[in-house]
Design a protein around this ligand. Sequence first.
Ligand code: BYC
Length: 479
Amino acid sequence: MIEREYNMTKIDYSQTIPNNVNLSDDRRLQRALEAWQPAFLNWWDEMGPVESSDYEIFLRTAIDVSAKGWAHFDMVKMPEYRWGIFLGDKEENRKIGFGAHKGEDVWQEVPGEYRAELRRLIVTQGDTEPASVEQQRILGRTCPSLYDLRSLFQINVEEGRHLWAMVYLLHAYFGRDGREEAEEMLMRHSGDDDKPRILEAFNVPTTDWLSFFMFTYFQDRDGKFQLNSLAESGFDPLSRTCNFMLTEEAHHMFVGESGVGRVVQRSIELIKEHDTLDIRQFGGIDLATLQKWINFHFSICLDLFGQEKSTNAANFYNMGLKGRFQEMKIDDDHKLDNEVYRVPEIRDNKVMFSEVGALTSINERLRNDYRDDCQRGIDRWNKMLTKAGIDFQIKLPHSAFHRNIGTFADIYADINGNIISKSEWDKNVDNWMPTTADRAFVESLMVPVVEVGKTAGWISPPARGIQGMDTNFEYVKFH
Ligand code: BYC
Protein backbone atom coordinates (compact mmCIF):
# COMPACT_ATOMS: atom_id res chain seq x y z
CA MET A 1 0.00 0.00 0.00
CA ILE A 2 1.37 3.40 -0.94
CA GLU A 3 1.59 5.85 1.93
CA ARG A 4 -0.24 8.99 0.98
CA GLU A 5 1.04 12.19 2.49
CA TYR A 6 -1.13 15.25 2.20
CA ASN A 7 0.34 18.09 4.13
CA MET A 8 0.55 20.65 1.43
CA THR A 9 -2.16 23.18 0.88
CA LYS A 10 -0.65 24.54 -2.35
CA ILE A 11 -1.97 23.07 -5.52
CA ASP A 12 0.47 21.78 -8.12
CA TYR A 13 -0.72 23.10 -11.49
CA SER A 14 2.24 21.73 -13.44
CA GLN A 15 0.56 18.31 -13.56
CA THR A 16 -1.96 17.04 -16.11
CA ILE A 17 -4.34 16.77 -13.17
CA PRO A 18 -3.75 19.67 -10.77
CA ASN A 19 -3.71 18.37 -7.22
CA ASN A 20 -2.50 18.82 -3.68
CA VAL A 21 -2.35 15.09 -2.93
CA ASN A 22 1.09 14.32 -4.38
CA LEU A 23 -0.56 12.38 -7.15
CA SER A 24 2.73 11.90 -9.02
CA ASP A 25 4.00 9.69 -6.15
CA ASP A 26 1.36 7.09 -6.93
CA ARG A 27 1.83 6.18 -10.57
CA ARG A 28 -0.99 3.63 -10.73
CA LEU A 29 -3.54 6.03 -9.35
CA GLN A 30 -2.26 8.84 -11.54
CA ARG A 31 -2.57 6.67 -14.66
CA ALA A 32 -6.09 5.56 -13.69
CA LEU A 33 -7.24 9.13 -13.20
CA GLU A 34 -5.52 10.28 -16.38
CA ALA A 35 -7.48 7.58 -18.17
CA TRP A 36 -10.75 8.86 -16.65
CA GLN A 37 -9.95 12.47 -17.59
CA PRO A 38 -10.77 12.19 -21.34
CA ALA A 39 -14.05 10.44 -20.49
CA PHE A 40 -14.91 13.34 -18.19
CA LEU A 41 -14.04 15.93 -20.88
CA ASN A 42 -16.09 14.00 -23.38
CA TRP A 43 -19.02 13.97 -20.96
CA TRP A 44 -18.59 17.74 -20.40
CA ASP A 45 -18.65 18.27 -24.14
CA GLU A 46 -21.79 16.18 -24.65
CA MET A 47 -23.75 16.79 -21.44
CA GLY A 48 -22.32 20.05 -20.06
CA PRO A 49 -23.34 23.66 -20.80
CA VAL A 50 -24.50 23.96 -24.42
CA GLU A 51 -22.66 26.01 -27.06
CA SER A 52 -20.23 27.40 -24.51
CA SER A 53 -16.85 25.90 -25.33
CA ASP A 54 -15.48 29.07 -26.97
CA TYR A 55 -16.71 31.55 -24.37
CA GLU A 56 -14.14 33.22 -22.17
CA ILE A 57 -15.47 33.55 -18.64
CA PHE A 58 -14.28 35.41 -15.57
CA LEU A 59 -13.86 32.29 -13.43
CA ARG A 60 -12.53 31.61 -9.99
CA THR A 61 -10.03 28.77 -9.73
CA ALA A 62 -8.61 27.32 -6.56
CA ILE A 63 -4.88 27.85 -6.14
CA ASP A 64 -4.58 27.03 -2.47
CA VAL A 65 -6.99 25.25 -0.15
CA SER A 66 -6.19 27.23 2.96
CA ALA A 67 -8.91 29.44 4.39
CA LYS A 68 -7.31 32.59 2.96
CA GLY A 69 -6.40 33.27 -0.64
CA TRP A 70 -7.45 30.01 -2.22
CA ALA A 71 -9.18 31.70 -5.11
CA HIS A 72 -7.73 33.15 -8.28
CA PHE A 73 -9.83 34.92 -10.96
CA ASP A 74 -9.10 34.94 -14.67
CA MET A 75 -10.74 34.87 -18.10
CA VAL A 76 -10.92 31.15 -18.87
CA LYS A 77 -12.60 28.92 -21.44
CA MET A 78 -14.57 26.28 -19.62
CA PRO A 79 -13.08 23.21 -21.31
CA GLU A 80 -9.67 24.63 -20.26
CA TYR A 81 -10.70 25.01 -16.63
CA ARG A 82 -8.18 23.08 -14.53
CA TRP A 83 -10.33 20.49 -12.79
CA GLY A 84 -8.28 18.73 -10.20
CA ILE A 85 -8.08 17.09 -6.81
CA PHE A 86 -7.96 19.25 -3.73
CA LEU A 87 -8.26 18.12 -0.15
CA GLY A 88 -8.66 20.48 2.79
CA ASP A 89 -5.81 20.70 5.29
CA LYS A 90 -5.12 17.75 7.53
CA GLU A 91 -6.03 18.18 11.16
CA GLU A 92 -3.36 16.46 13.25
CA ASN A 93 -4.54 13.83 15.75
CA ARG A 94 -8.14 14.09 14.61
CA LYS A 95 -10.43 11.63 16.41
CA ILE A 96 -13.73 10.11 15.35
CA GLY A 97 -16.36 12.32 16.94
CA PHE A 98 -19.43 10.12 17.14
CA GLY A 99 -20.88 6.61 16.97
CA ALA A 100 -19.45 3.31 18.15
CA HIS A 101 -15.85 4.37 17.38
CA LYS A 102 -16.04 7.74 19.10
CA GLY A 103 -12.63 8.79 20.43
CA GLU A 104 -10.60 6.47 18.19
CA ASP A 105 -8.16 7.85 15.59
CA VAL A 106 -9.79 8.74 12.29
CA TRP A 107 -9.19 6.29 9.42
CA GLN A 108 -6.77 7.12 6.62
CA GLU A 109 -7.84 4.01 4.71
CA VAL A 110 -11.30 2.51 4.25
CA PRO A 111 -12.28 0.30 7.20
CA GLY A 112 -12.97 -3.07 5.51
CA GLU A 113 -16.17 -3.82 7.41
CA TYR A 114 -17.77 -0.53 6.30
CA ARG A 115 -16.56 -0.51 2.74
CA ALA A 116 -19.97 -1.04 1.10
CA GLU A 117 -21.70 1.69 3.11
CA LEU A 118 -18.90 4.18 2.54
CA ARG A 119 -18.86 3.50 -1.17
CA ARG A 120 -22.61 3.97 -1.36
CA LEU A 121 -22.41 7.35 0.38
CA ILE A 122 -19.60 8.55 -1.89
CA VAL A 123 -21.38 7.33 -5.01
CA THR A 124 -24.66 9.02 -4.01
CA GLN A 125 -22.85 12.27 -3.24
CA GLY A 126 -20.78 12.09 -6.44
CA ASP A 127 -23.82 11.35 -8.61
CA THR A 128 -25.51 14.65 -7.73
CA GLU A 129 -22.61 16.74 -9.06
CA PRO A 130 -22.69 15.87 -12.77
CA ALA A 131 -26.48 15.56 -12.45
CA SER A 132 -26.77 19.26 -11.62
CA VAL A 133 -24.59 20.24 -14.60
CA GLU A 134 -26.83 18.15 -16.86
CA GLN A 135 -29.96 19.69 -15.37
CA GLN A 136 -28.72 23.21 -16.04
CA ARG A 137 -27.18 22.67 -19.45
CA ILE A 138 -29.47 24.82 -21.59
CA LEU A 139 -29.70 27.82 -19.25
CA GLY A 140 -26.80 29.61 -20.92
CA ARG A 141 -29.07 30.36 -23.88
CA THR A 142 -31.39 32.59 -21.85
CA CYS A 143 -29.24 34.37 -19.26
CA PRO A 144 -30.74 37.54 -17.73
CA SER A 145 -27.27 39.19 -17.74
CA LEU A 146 -23.58 38.45 -18.29
CA TYR A 147 -23.11 38.56 -14.53
CA ASP A 148 -25.66 35.75 -14.13
CA LEU A 149 -24.20 33.77 -17.00
CA ARG A 150 -20.85 33.87 -15.24
CA SER A 151 -22.46 32.65 -12.01
CA LEU A 152 -24.05 29.72 -13.83
CA PHE A 153 -20.77 28.69 -15.43
CA GLN A 154 -18.82 29.14 -12.20
CA ILE A 155 -21.24 26.80 -10.47
CA ASN A 156 -21.11 24.32 -13.32
CA VAL A 157 -17.31 24.05 -13.35
CA GLU A 158 -17.26 23.68 -9.57
CA GLU A 159 -19.85 20.90 -9.68
CA GLY A 160 -17.57 19.27 -12.24
CA ARG A 161 -14.72 19.55 -9.75
CA HIS A 162 -16.86 18.09 -6.98
CA LEU A 163 -17.37 15.08 -9.21
CA TRP A 164 -13.58 14.87 -9.54
CA ALA A 165 -13.35 14.94 -5.75
CA MET A 166 -15.61 11.91 -5.33
CA VAL A 167 -14.03 10.10 -8.27
CA TYR A 168 -10.64 10.56 -6.68
CA LEU A 169 -11.87 8.90 -3.48
CA LEU A 170 -13.34 6.00 -5.46
CA HIS A 171 -10.15 5.50 -7.48
CA ALA A 172 -7.75 5.97 -4.60
CA TYR A 173 -9.51 3.88 -1.97
CA PHE A 174 -11.90 1.39 -3.60
CA GLY A 175 -9.82 -0.42 -6.23
CA ARG A 176 -11.54 -1.97 -9.22
CA ASP A 177 -15.15 -1.43 -8.12
CA GLY A 178 -14.31 2.18 -7.33
CA ARG A 179 -13.06 2.61 -10.90
CA GLU A 180 -16.25 1.04 -12.20
CA GLU A 181 -18.36 3.37 -10.09
CA ALA A 182 -16.37 6.32 -11.48
CA GLU A 183 -17.24 5.24 -15.00
CA GLU A 184 -20.90 4.87 -14.06
CA MET A 185 -20.94 8.49 -12.88
CA LEU A 186 -20.65 9.52 -16.53
CA MET A 187 -23.13 6.90 -17.79
CA ARG A 188 -26.18 7.79 -15.68
CA HIS A 189 -27.85 10.97 -16.87
CA SER A 190 -30.35 13.33 -15.34
CA GLY A 191 -33.85 12.39 -16.47
CA ASP A 192 -32.68 9.38 -18.49
CA ASP A 193 -35.46 6.73 -18.55
CA ASP A 194 -33.04 3.82 -18.51
CA LYS A 195 -30.17 5.17 -16.42
CA PRO A 196 -31.41 8.09 -14.32
CA ARG A 197 -29.46 9.89 -11.60
CA ILE A 198 -29.82 8.28 -8.16
CA LEU A 199 -31.84 10.87 -6.25
CA GLU A 200 -35.15 12.02 -7.65
CA ALA A 201 -34.70 15.78 -7.46
CA PHE A 202 -31.63 15.46 -9.68
CA ASN A 203 -33.75 14.14 -12.55
CA VAL A 204 -35.82 17.31 -12.89
CA PRO A 205 -34.63 19.60 -15.70
CA THR A 206 -33.80 23.20 -14.75
CA THR A 207 -34.86 25.07 -17.86
CA ASP A 208 -35.68 28.59 -16.66
CA TRP A 209 -33.69 30.99 -14.48
CA LEU A 210 -36.31 31.26 -11.76
CA SER A 211 -35.89 27.50 -11.32
CA PHE A 212 -32.11 27.96 -11.38
CA PHE A 213 -32.23 30.44 -8.50
CA MET A 214 -34.62 28.12 -6.61
CA PHE A 215 -32.27 25.22 -7.31
CA THR A 216 -29.26 27.08 -5.99
CA TYR A 217 -31.22 28.30 -2.98
CA PHE A 218 -32.90 25.01 -2.03
CA GLN A 219 -31.04 22.15 -3.68
CA ASP A 220 -27.50 23.43 -3.17
CA ARG A 221 -28.52 23.92 0.44
CA ASP A 222 -29.17 20.18 0.68
CA GLY A 223 -25.56 19.96 -0.49
CA LYS A 224 -24.49 22.18 2.40
CA PHE A 225 -26.20 19.95 4.95
CA GLN A 226 -25.14 16.63 3.45
CA LEU A 227 -21.55 17.78 2.94
CA ASN A 228 -21.38 19.09 6.48
CA SER A 229 -22.56 15.71 7.76
CA LEU A 230 -20.00 13.90 5.61
CA ALA A 231 -17.28 16.34 6.71
CA GLU A 232 -17.76 14.87 10.20
CA SER A 233 -16.82 11.44 8.83
CA GLY A 234 -14.31 9.20 10.56
CA PHE A 235 -12.93 8.43 7.08
CA ASP A 236 -10.52 11.36 7.00
CA PRO A 237 -10.03 11.72 3.22
CA LEU A 238 -13.81 12.10 2.82
CA SER A 239 -13.96 14.64 5.62
CA ARG A 240 -11.16 16.73 4.14
CA THR A 241 -12.62 16.56 0.65
CA CYS A 242 -16.03 17.74 1.86
CA ASN A 243 -14.53 20.55 3.89
CA PHE A 244 -13.01 22.01 0.78
CA MET A 245 -16.18 21.47 -1.29
CA LEU A 246 -18.15 23.42 1.32
CA THR A 247 -16.15 26.58 0.68
CA GLU A 248 -17.44 26.50 -2.92
CA GLU A 249 -20.98 25.50 -1.97
CA ALA A 250 -21.37 28.76 -0.02
CA HIS A 251 -21.08 30.77 -3.23
CA HIS A 252 -23.71 28.60 -4.94
CA MET A 253 -26.20 29.37 -2.20
CA PHE A 254 -25.31 33.06 -2.42
CA VAL A 255 -26.26 32.95 -6.11
CA GLY A 256 -29.62 31.40 -5.11
CA GLU A 257 -30.42 33.75 -2.28
CA SER A 258 -29.37 36.91 -4.08
CA GLY A 259 -31.06 35.69 -7.28
CA VAL A 260 -34.45 35.13 -5.66
CA GLY A 261 -33.95 38.37 -3.70
CA ARG A 262 -33.42 40.26 -6.97
CA VAL A 263 -36.63 38.75 -8.39
CA VAL A 264 -38.51 39.87 -5.27
CA GLN A 265 -36.95 43.34 -5.57
CA ARG A 266 -38.02 43.73 -9.19
CA SER A 267 -41.53 42.46 -8.41
CA ILE A 268 -41.82 45.02 -5.61
CA GLU A 269 -40.83 47.80 -8.03
CA LEU A 270 -43.43 46.73 -10.58
CA ILE A 271 -46.17 46.27 -7.96
CA LYS A 272 -45.56 49.77 -6.65
CA GLU A 273 -45.24 51.34 -10.06
CA HIS A 274 -48.53 49.88 -11.31
CA ASP A 275 -50.33 49.57 -7.98
CA THR A 276 -51.31 45.95 -8.53
CA LEU A 277 -50.07 42.48 -7.57
CA ASP A 278 -50.92 41.35 -11.08
CA ILE A 279 -47.60 42.28 -12.67
CA ARG A 280 -47.34 39.61 -15.34
CA GLN A 281 -48.73 42.04 -17.87
CA PHE A 282 -45.73 44.29 -17.13
CA GLY A 283 -43.20 41.52 -17.61
CA GLY A 284 -42.71 40.77 -13.92
CA ILE A 285 -42.95 37.56 -11.90
CA ASP A 286 -45.95 37.90 -9.60
CA LEU A 287 -45.55 36.78 -6.01
CA ALA A 288 -48.13 33.99 -6.37
CA THR A 289 -45.98 32.45 -9.11
CA LEU A 290 -42.87 32.85 -6.99
CA GLN A 291 -44.67 31.01 -4.17
CA LYS A 292 -45.53 28.11 -6.49
CA TRP A 293 -41.87 27.76 -7.50
CA ILE A 294 -40.95 27.69 -3.81
CA ASN A 295 -43.59 25.04 -3.09
CA PHE A 296 -42.21 22.85 -5.84
CA HIS A 297 -38.50 23.19 -5.15
CA PHE A 298 -38.69 23.03 -1.36
CA SER A 299 -40.86 19.92 -1.38
CA ILE A 300 -38.68 17.96 -3.80
CA CYS A 301 -35.63 18.93 -1.75
CA LEU A 302 -37.18 17.65 1.49
CA ASP A 303 -37.24 14.23 -0.16
CA LEU A 304 -33.44 14.39 -0.53
CA PHE A 305 -33.05 13.74 3.19
CA GLY A 306 -34.49 10.21 2.96
CA GLN A 307 -37.03 8.58 5.26
CA GLU A 308 -37.91 9.95 8.70
CA LYS A 309 -36.96 6.63 10.24
CA SER A 310 -33.97 5.07 8.55
CA THR A 311 -31.79 2.18 9.60
CA ASN A 312 -29.36 3.18 6.85
CA ALA A 313 -28.86 6.56 8.50
CA ALA A 314 -28.55 4.96 11.96
CA ASN A 315 -25.89 2.60 10.62
CA PHE A 316 -23.95 5.37 8.87
CA TYR A 317 -23.89 7.25 12.18
CA ASN A 318 -23.02 4.29 14.38
CA MET A 319 -20.23 3.29 12.04
CA GLY A 320 -18.77 6.81 12.24
CA LEU A 321 -19.22 7.44 8.50
CA LYS A 322 -21.77 10.28 8.45
CA GLY A 323 -22.55 12.55 11.39
CA ARG A 324 -25.14 15.20 12.08
CA PHE A 325 -24.95 18.84 10.99
CA GLN A 326 -22.18 20.46 13.07
CA GLU A 327 -21.88 17.31 15.14
CA MET A 328 -19.10 18.65 17.35
CA LYS A 329 -21.17 21.66 18.41
CA ILE A 330 -24.03 19.50 19.71
CA ASP A 331 -23.99 18.98 23.45
CA ASP A 332 -24.76 15.28 23.93
CA ASP A 333 -22.93 11.96 24.14
CA HIS A 334 -22.56 11.65 20.30
CA LYS A 335 -23.61 8.02 20.56
CA LEU A 336 -27.35 8.56 20.85
CA ASP A 337 -28.15 5.06 22.17
CA ASN A 338 -30.53 6.42 24.80
CA GLU A 339 -31.67 9.64 23.15
CA VAL A 340 -35.02 10.27 21.50
CA TYR A 341 -36.17 12.60 18.73
CA ARG A 342 -39.60 13.66 17.46
CA VAL A 343 -40.69 12.40 14.06
CA PRO A 344 -43.98 12.99 12.26
CA GLU A 345 -46.45 10.20 11.60
CA ILE A 346 -50.03 10.01 10.45
CA ARG A 347 -52.70 9.16 13.04
CA ASP A 348 -56.45 9.66 12.64
CA ASN A 349 -55.77 11.25 9.27
CA LYS A 350 -53.69 13.97 10.91
CA VAL A 351 -49.98 14.73 11.11
CA MET A 352 -48.94 13.92 14.70
CA PHE A 353 -45.55 13.49 16.31
CA SER A 354 -44.06 10.65 18.30
CA GLU A 355 -40.71 10.12 19.95
CA VAL A 356 -38.43 7.49 18.49
CA GLY A 357 -34.76 6.61 18.96
CA ALA A 358 -32.50 9.50 17.95
CA LEU A 359 -30.31 7.16 15.94
CA THR A 360 -33.03 6.05 13.55
CA SER A 361 -34.26 9.62 13.12
CA ILE A 362 -30.95 11.15 11.97
CA ASN A 363 -32.39 11.96 8.53
CA GLU A 364 -35.35 13.78 10.06
CA ARG A 365 -33.14 15.84 12.29
CA LEU A 366 -31.02 16.94 9.34
CA ARG A 367 -34.18 17.77 7.39
CA ASN A 368 -35.37 19.98 10.28
CA ASP A 369 -32.01 21.76 10.45
CA TYR A 370 -32.30 22.30 6.70
CA ARG A 371 -35.85 23.65 6.99
CA ASP A 372 -34.73 26.22 9.60
CA ASP A 373 -31.90 27.35 7.33
CA CYS A 374 -34.29 27.70 4.35
CA GLN A 375 -36.62 29.82 6.50
CA ARG A 376 -33.93 32.47 6.98
CA GLY A 377 -34.04 33.55 3.33
CA ILE A 378 -37.84 33.51 3.34
CA ASP A 379 -37.75 35.87 6.34
CA ARG A 380 -35.40 38.23 4.52
CA TRP A 381 -37.60 38.33 1.40
CA ASN A 382 -40.69 38.90 3.56
CA LYS A 383 -38.94 41.80 5.26
CA MET A 384 -38.42 43.39 1.84
CA LEU A 385 -42.15 43.01 1.12
CA THR A 386 -43.18 44.40 4.51
CA LYS A 387 -40.82 47.34 4.15
CA ALA A 388 -42.32 48.12 0.76
CA GLY A 389 -45.80 48.04 2.31
CA ILE A 390 -46.93 45.06 0.25
CA ASP A 391 -49.54 42.87 1.85
CA PHE A 392 -48.14 39.48 0.83
CA GLN A 393 -45.93 37.02 2.70
CA ILE A 394 -44.04 34.12 1.19
CA LYS A 395 -43.93 30.86 3.15
CA LEU A 396 -42.43 27.43 3.11
CA PRO A 397 -45.05 24.73 2.57
CA HIS A 398 -45.65 22.15 5.33
CA SER A 399 -43.31 19.12 5.26
CA ALA A 400 -46.27 16.86 4.37
CA PHE A 401 -46.93 18.77 1.14
CA HIS A 402 -46.06 17.07 -2.18
CA ARG A 403 -43.74 14.40 -0.83
CA ASN A 404 -42.50 11.28 -2.51
CA ILE A 405 -40.22 9.73 0.11
CA GLY A 406 -41.08 8.69 3.67
CA THR A 407 -44.18 9.03 5.87
CA PHE A 408 -45.99 11.45 3.58
CA ALA A 409 -45.31 9.66 0.30
CA ASP A 410 -48.71 7.93 0.22
CA ILE A 411 -50.96 10.78 1.29
CA TYR A 412 -52.06 14.12 -0.11
CA ALA A 413 -51.67 17.23 2.02
CA ASP A 414 -52.34 20.91 1.46
CA ILE A 415 -49.62 23.51 2.00
CA ASN A 416 -50.59 23.80 5.67
CA GLY A 417 -50.21 20.08 6.28
CA ASN A 418 -53.90 19.14 6.41
CA ILE A 419 -54.40 15.71 4.94
CA ILE A 420 -56.80 15.86 2.02
CA SER A 421 -58.33 13.48 -0.50
CA LYS A 422 -57.01 12.94 -3.99
CA SER A 423 -59.99 14.81 -5.44
CA GLU A 424 -59.30 17.82 -3.19
CA TRP A 425 -55.67 17.70 -4.29
CA ASP A 426 -56.68 17.58 -7.94
CA LYS A 427 -59.06 20.48 -7.42
CA ASN A 428 -56.40 22.71 -5.77
CA VAL A 429 -53.08 21.62 -7.15
CA ASP A 430 -53.03 24.39 -9.76
CA ASN A 431 -53.15 26.96 -6.96
CA TRP A 432 -50.11 25.45 -5.27
CA MET A 433 -47.83 24.10 -7.95
CA PRO A 434 -46.52 25.54 -11.22
CA THR A 435 -48.97 24.74 -14.04
CA THR A 436 -48.09 24.29 -17.67
CA ALA A 437 -49.34 27.83 -18.28
CA ASP A 438 -47.21 29.20 -15.40
CA ARG A 439 -44.16 27.51 -16.82
CA ALA A 440 -44.95 28.84 -20.29
CA PHE A 441 -45.25 32.35 -18.85
CA VAL A 442 -41.92 32.14 -17.02
CA GLU A 443 -40.30 30.64 -20.12
CA SER A 444 -41.64 33.60 -22.13
CA LEU A 445 -39.59 35.97 -19.94
CA MET A 446 -36.41 34.01 -20.59
CA VAL A 447 -35.03 36.17 -23.36
CA PRO A 448 -31.22 36.38 -23.29
CA VAL A 449 -29.65 39.67 -22.26
CA VAL A 450 -25.97 39.69 -23.21
CA GLU A 451 -25.21 43.39 -23.53
CA VAL A 452 -22.53 44.45 -21.05
CA GLY A 453 -24.08 45.88 -17.88
CA LYS A 454 -27.70 45.19 -18.94
CA THR A 455 -30.22 43.04 -17.02
CA ALA A 456 -33.54 41.44 -18.03
CA GLY A 457 -36.71 43.23 -16.96
CA TRP A 458 -38.01 40.50 -14.61
CA ILE A 459 -35.04 40.69 -12.20
CA SER A 460 -33.14 43.55 -10.57
CA PRO A 461 -29.51 44.09 -11.51
CA PRO A 462 -26.98 42.65 -9.05
CA ALA A 463 -26.08 44.96 -6.16
CA ARG A 464 -22.36 44.65 -6.88
CA GLY A 465 -20.01 42.87 -9.23
CA ILE A 466 -17.67 39.93 -8.71
CA GLN A 467 -14.26 40.24 -7.06
CA GLY A 468 -14.37 44.03 -6.93
CA MET A 469 -15.30 44.31 -10.61
CA ASP A 470 -18.00 46.66 -11.73
CA THR A 471 -21.44 45.30 -12.66
CA ASN A 472 -20.61 46.71 -16.12
CA PHE A 473 -17.64 44.38 -16.49
CA GLU A 474 -17.73 41.99 -19.44
CA TYR A 475 -17.93 38.79 -17.38
CA VAL A 476 -18.33 36.57 -20.43
CA LYS A 477 -16.80 37.16 -23.85
CA PHE A 478 -18.39 35.31 -26.77
CA HIS A 479 -16.03 34.75 -29.65
N1 BYC B 1 -34.57 9.72 -4.13
O1 BYC B 1 -33.13 4.68 4.48
P1 BYC B 1 -33.50 5.81 3.58
C1 BYC B 1 -25.46 18.06 -3.44
C2 BYC B 1 -33.94 5.58 -1.13
S1 BYC B 1 -26.88 17.45 -2.70
C3 BYC B 1 -34.51 8.41 -4.48
O2 BYC B 1 -34.19 6.95 4.18
P2 BYC B 1 -30.93 6.87 3.40
C4 BYC B 1 -25.64 18.95 -4.60
C5 BYC B 1 -32.66 5.15 -0.44
O3 BYC B 1 -31.55 5.15 -1.35
C6 BYC B 1 -26.31 16.32 -1.46
N2 BYC B 1 -34.33 7.42 -3.59
O4 BYC B 1 -32.22 6.28 2.80
C7 BYC B 1 -26.65 19.88 -4.62
C8 BYC B 1 -33.00 3.80 0.08
O5 BYC B 1 -32.87 2.86 -0.97
P3 BYC B 1 -32.71 1.28 -0.64
C9 BYC B 1 -26.14 14.89 -1.97
C10 BYC B 1 -34.20 7.75 -2.29
O6 BYC B 1 -29.85 6.08 2.78
C11 BYC B 1 -26.82 20.67 -5.73
C12 BYC B 1 -34.47 3.92 0.41
O7 BYC B 1 -34.95 5.03 -0.31
N3 BYC B 1 -25.52 14.08 -0.97
O8 BYC B 1 -24.39 17.77 -3.02
O9 BYC B 1 -30.92 7.05 4.85
C13 BYC B 1 -25.97 20.57 -6.81
C14 BYC B 1 -34.67 4.03 1.91
O10 BYC B 1 -34.37 5.36 2.33
C15 BYC B 1 -34.25 9.08 -1.86
C16 BYC B 1 -26.12 13.12 -0.27
O11 BYC B 1 -27.27 12.81 -0.47
C17 BYC B 1 -34.44 10.08 -2.84
N4 BYC B 1 -34.50 11.39 -2.52
O12 BYC B 1 -31.01 8.39 2.88
C18 BYC B 1 -24.95 19.64 -6.78
C19 BYC B 1 -25.29 12.45 0.78
N5 BYC B 1 -34.11 9.11 -0.51
O13 BYC B 1 -31.61 1.16 0.37
C20 BYC B 1 -24.77 18.85 -5.67
C21 BYC B 1 -25.18 10.97 0.62
C22 BYC B 1 -33.99 7.85 -0.11
O14 BYC B 1 -34.02 0.84 -0.12
N6 BYC B 1 -26.45 10.28 0.67
N7 BYC B 1 -34.03 7.02 -1.17
O15 BYC B 1 -32.35 0.72 -2.00
C23 BYC B 1 -27.08 9.92 1.81
O16 BYC B 1 -26.65 10.25 2.88
C24 BYC B 1 -28.32 9.09 1.71
O17 BYC B 1 -28.19 8.28 0.60
C25 BYC B 1 -29.65 9.86 1.61
C26 BYC B 1 -30.81 8.83 1.65
C27 BYC B 1 -29.77 10.87 2.73
C28 BYC B 1 -29.78 10.59 0.28
